[in-house]
Design a protein around this ligand. Structure first.
Ligand code: IVH
Length: 713
């Protein structure tokens, strides 16, 4: 019997020492995977189980506690020490295309938006999508002043000292450069340098790295600059952010200038006119992929003309003028050892596959998603058979699929390898955590039962409560430093923080407490407790959209939270409106469903959330402790700011989407239907009922030409 399977109570002293050594090494490796390589290979629960076992052994054999005991180490504090940099121009991501059809849809969309016919000339660039991490380099008067990682797109980390050690990054630019320019591109490690690094690690008996991308990320985010300097990082420039003026009016033109200023630019970037040519170049790059010095995961297509890019603008987090055509994901075969059911924030029961560990695309995978009950049974989301109806059973030989950062999936099963005694998986009909019934709702629109089974326990379900808490403190919500998933779990289970409002009373309760103080708890000290209280204090005036997103309402993601913040402007305004919509009728309800971008599903979810007295009470209590900042309008000084505009009929000089985007940039809200709140209707030929409604309500109506005159174009 291996020592690692012996119960703590049954270990003798030798075995205990052996186990403590093994656990120290294993936990350290997981810390590295998680914090340095950004690539955890075990779940939080598995990680916690290792730490717990380690602690239990130490408690039984205190003399054996090691100097490098994992109990004394607080993981991952390091990254917190980089200074934050707010990007003047957000660093966005790219929408993905997975097929030629998706690429065709993309170019069609672009043409439609720009009102171009199918045969009007339109040029695109195509270039490899480098699998590294993006970096923004700010040059003022030709000198590098700041280098920042992408972070969450809005705020990154200041890694200037580290970036300066990268040979491809010029400290000064050659030639005639704009006064201010932020050059953006990708930091990466070549495959050869990665292999060499791993050879060295192995020779020194050290843990090897997972893949070039995570290693590049880990290398750049080192507090010790000499470590970054020792890694042969490379950089390709392909985009830009804030600038006082661009040196060319096309994508390729600007990138060529980057080349002349001293940057490395990708030699495979070319211009094309048609989808067929773009796909042709995709095939060329795909064929060269294995032979390239660096990892790539697709081809990026961009509209070449920068004037058109500006008109196209952005949809939520990605530009309308670009798309990443991804290469097919990699697959591997392994054994499905077990199926575990996790309970999420909204009560969804999610099956997770526990796998015999296997490498997929260079990464060790031991867990994969199984989506839902139907997916396991071989039924697709529209009731159609998937995998030709083959179900998945514990013990099966399965194919795993993993694309880029995407969570691995169990894709298929080899039924010929199935054991004779295997049985179909029986999905639980009660919550594995709180034992409440778990049911599948009927979708009102389709009449079909939802593929997701949900625990009906609501707030009495500890799993839902913990997940809600984790969501509340997460990066895109309240983002409380030092309050991560682990702390949320621990605080909840110890009864210290049961809901978001209690986070803000933690310090006062801690100070008043006769019982154990936070600073004397395991894993905490004076400093860390103090830092946590400071971090909590600092979030009392949170951005309104973060507050709304943090509530964890179904169907209210970041995008919807931003829209709601903009429309309702203040926390009080939002909460009052939501509390009065709970009967789903009347003016406030009409206003809500009329907001452009908020669909009926989100509106219902909001109403349902605020109709629950417990939720409303927590929100009100929360508002006693936090004071969300009023949301800013996009532009406050135009004739249209704060106005609600409806576009209707067919527009000739711009598409409907472009018209709306234009109005929003001027600080206006756009709505899909005319109501008392509408200030202006822009109508083209063929406008019907909305025009009549506008006349009825005596709302001003103008045509497209008048619109352009008023906005001064
Ligand atoms: S253009 C507005 N070009 O892909 C977005 N991105 O999913 C401008 N990336 O965060 C990005 N190679 O880190 C662009 N040739 C390329 C790229 C590229 C890799 C990365 C980049 C970005 C991510 C978007």
């Amino acid at each position: 019997m291996s020592v690692k399977t012996i119960a703590v109570e049954a270990l003798n002293e030798d075995q205990a020492a052996q186990e403590l050594a093994r656990l120290a090494a294993e936990i350290a490796a997981h810390n590295r995977h998680y914090h340095t390589d950004d690539a955890p290979v075990v779940t939080d629960a598995e990680y916690d189980a290792l730490k717990k076992r380690n602690l239990a052994i130490e408690e039984r054999f205190p003399d054996l506690k090691r100097d490098d005991s994992p109990t004394d180490r607080v993981g991952g504090a390091v990254l917190e020490k980089f200074e934050k940099v707010t990007h003047k121009v957000a660093m966005l991501s790219l929408d993905n295309a997975f097929s030629e059809e998706d690429v065709q849809d993309f170019t069609d969309r672009v043409r439609r938006f720009l009102k171009l016919t199918a045969d009007a000339p339109l040029t695109f660039t195509a270039e490899p999508k480098i699998d590294g991490l993006s970096l923004a380099l700010r040059y003022e008067n030709g000198t590098l002043v700041t280098a920042a990682t992408r972070g969450d797109g809005a705020v990154g980390e200041n890694v200037t000292a580290n970036a300066k050690t990268i040979r491809d990054i010029p400290h000064r630019l050659n030639g005639n450069v704009p006064e201010v320019i932020e050059v953006r591109g990708e930091v990466f490690l070549t495959k050869a340098d990665f292999a060499e690094l791993n050879r060295r690690q192995e020779a020194e008996g050290k843990q090897t790295y997972v893949n070039p991308r995570n290693t590049a990320a880990g290398s750049l985010r080192q507090l010790d600059t000499s470590i970054t300097a020792s890694r042969p990082l490379k950089f390709f420039a392909y985009a830009w952010g804030d600038t006082s003026g661009l040196p060319a009016d096309t994508q390729l033109g600007v990138v060529e200038c980057f080349g002349s200023w001293g940057f490395a630019v990708n030699p495979l970037m070319k211009r094309f006119e048609t989808v067929a040519e773009l796909i042709g170049h995709y095939r060329v790059i795909e064929a060269e992929r294995a032979g390239l010095a660096y990892d790539i995961d697709g081809v990026v297509y961009k509209v070449d003309d920068l004037g058109l890019q500006a008109r196209l603008g952005f949809v939520s987090r990605s530009p309308r003028w670009a798309i990443a055509h991804k290469f097919p994901a990699e697959t591997a075969t392994t054994i499905l050892k077990d199926i575990e059911i996790q309970v999420g924030r909204t009560g969804a029961l999610s099956p997770v596959a526990r796998l015999e560990p296997v490498t997929v695309g260079g990464v060790m995978v031991s867990n994969a998603t199984l989506h839902n009950e139907d997916y396991i049974a071989g039924i697709g989301s529209n009731g159609e058979p998937i995998r030709e109806g083959r179900d998945l059973r514990i013990g099966d030989t399965v194919t795993i699929y993993r694309a880029g950062d995407v969570i691995p999936k169990v894709m298929d099963v080899d039924v010929s390898m199935r054991h004779a005694d295997s049985v179909p998986f029986v999905f639980p009909e009660t919550c594995p955590v709180c034992d409440s019934p778990a049911t599948r709702e009927v979708n009102e629109k389709t009449g079909r039962v939802d593929s997701v089974r949900r625990c009906a326990g609501g707030l009495i379900c500890p799993a839902q409560a913990v997940e809600k808490l984790k969501h509340f403190v997460s990066r895109n919500a309240f983002d409380i430093d030092g309050f991560g998933d682990k702390q949320a779990e621990a605080f909840y289970h110890e009864g210290l923080v049961k809901n978001p409002a209690e986070i803000f009373t933690l310090q006062a309760r801690d100070e008043a407490s006769e019982l154990q103080k936070l600073k004397s708890r395991e894993g905490w000290g004076e400093q860390s407790a103090d830092n946590l209280f400071k971090a909590i204090q600092a979030r009392r005036d949170v951005d309104l959209h973060r507050f709304i997103f943090g509530l964890g309402i179904r169907h209210v993601g970041e995008g919807n939270a931003k829209i709601l913040a903009r429309v309702y402007h203040s926390a009080r305004g939002f909460v009052d409106a939501m509390r009065s919509v709970s009967n789903e009728e009347g003016e406030t309800w009409d206003d809500l469903v009329n907001i452009d971008g908020i669909g009926p599903t989100a509106a219902h979810a909001l109403a349902e959330f605020f109709a629950e007295p417990h939720n409303a009470a927590i929100v009100e209590e929360l508002l006693e402790y936090v004071h969300p900042k009023d949301a800013e309008q996009i532009a406050t000084d135009t004739a249209f700011s704060g106005k609600t505009i409806v576009f209707t009929g067919s527009l000739e000089r711009m598409s409907r989407d472009e018209a709306k985007a234009m109005a929003e940039r001027l600080g206006a809200k756009t709505a899909g239907s005319v109501s008392k709140k509408t200030d202006l209707v822009v109508a083209g030929p063929g406008a019907g009922s909305k025009l009549r409604k506008a006349a009825e309500l005596e709302i001003e109506v103008i045509d497209e030409d008048e619109w352009f005159t008023r906005i001064g174009e």
